[in-house]
Design a protein around this ligand. Sequence first.
Ligand code: AMP
Ligand code: MG
Length: 445
Amino acid sequence: MSESPGRASSRPGLSLFCEVTVSERVLEFEEALAEVLRHAGAVAKPAREQEPIALKDALGRVLAEPVRTERDQPPFARSTRDGFAVRSADIAEKQPLRIMGLVRAGEVWRGSPVRDCEAVEIMTGAPMPNGADAVLMVEHTEIATDGLLRVLGGRTLQPGENVVPRGAEARAGVEVIPAGRRVGPAEIALAASCGYAQLEVFDRAKVAIVATGDELVGLDTKPEPWQIYNSNSYALKAMVTEAGGLGGRLEIARDRREDLIDRIAQGSMWDLLILSGGVSMGKYDLVEEVLREYGAEFFFTGAWIQPGKPIVFGKLPKHGIVGHRLDAPWTGEWTYFFGLPGNPVSTEVCFRLFVAPLLRGLCGQSEIAPRFVEALLAEDVKGSMRVTRFLPAVLEGDWKQVSVRVVPWQGSGDLAANARANAFVVLPSGIEQFHAGESVRVLLR
Ligand code: AMP
Ligand code: MG
């Protein structure tokens, strides 16, 4: 039987906790993010399983193969205006022009090429008639009673004006969307314009979600006054879906070693395991200990952020499951895990900052880092000398000026305040006071 690395003994037992040397590694926010991005970048490269999917169902999936043009784009020189196809040089010198006929989108001009002092009426999206090199906008013309076309207000026309030449957007056969791109509406539009009815996409990473806590009940249970609903599993599953993964909620783990071992063993067979709760300093916060006992390797055991400081990140040996026993054989593979603090706002902040980038990497995506925008603080806010703060906030204003206002809250358990926010304002550590009007970073939801 292969023995997993880091396992001091194959037999579990509480006494084992004493044998494990605990090395804490609490990182600054930037370091923790860099650590996650390093792993996310590395897992994005290996070949993943892929499957074909109908274009209409491809939103949110990640391309396993690039999209290439079928033909030159546009496939013909295209008028971008309703007006008249003409020889641009004529406009300055040779008016009025004779109108030879009309060409509309979906047709091709079958008359003779446009010559001096001639014009062909043309609609947006129609192919240019031979001989013409520009399109005069209909708004800039008038047709006199003699039926001849005149240009208004002494306008001139440049060669190529209001025309997109054949192949100007892309030549036939070139890559227009690289593999690794998440498919959004723009990618769907482009793929459709290249004739793709289906795309090759990566399989989604499968994410096991485990909520831990004696106080938690499922939504099918009426809670006692001292119990609370397990909201984190639902929030995590939603965020997993949003990041491009496939989430599965495992049974709640009680704050007992046996339960945690069982869920960790199950979770180790998935692509990623997310645990919520049980990573703080409380007497029943056993997650980190049990992970260590299980042979986990930790990349960090905390980050100087608020909320979310107790977050842990590492990898677990995958054990073949034999009735969920700890001494089942090691498969030789690893599964990444995160242990997130259970307070729901901490859970969300940690997911957006750290879990989502890794998950995007596991899904084969090439753009993995969280995205921040800049906005002006609407009011003064207290920072912290030690931690980088991520506070629920409302990004508001119009297109000229965007400001951000921190939402009043009761701390990182306040889901009502969290739901009034549409972003998180970032207050870097080492600054005691941020002032109204200052420019700050904002993490979008
Ligand atoms: P913990 O991180 O386990 O110390 O939990 C911190 C706080 O988050 C406690 O008030 C818990 O009751 C709460 N909490 C933990 N897990 C969940 C969950 N799955 N859903 C909602 N709240 C939770
Ligand atoms: Mg707990």
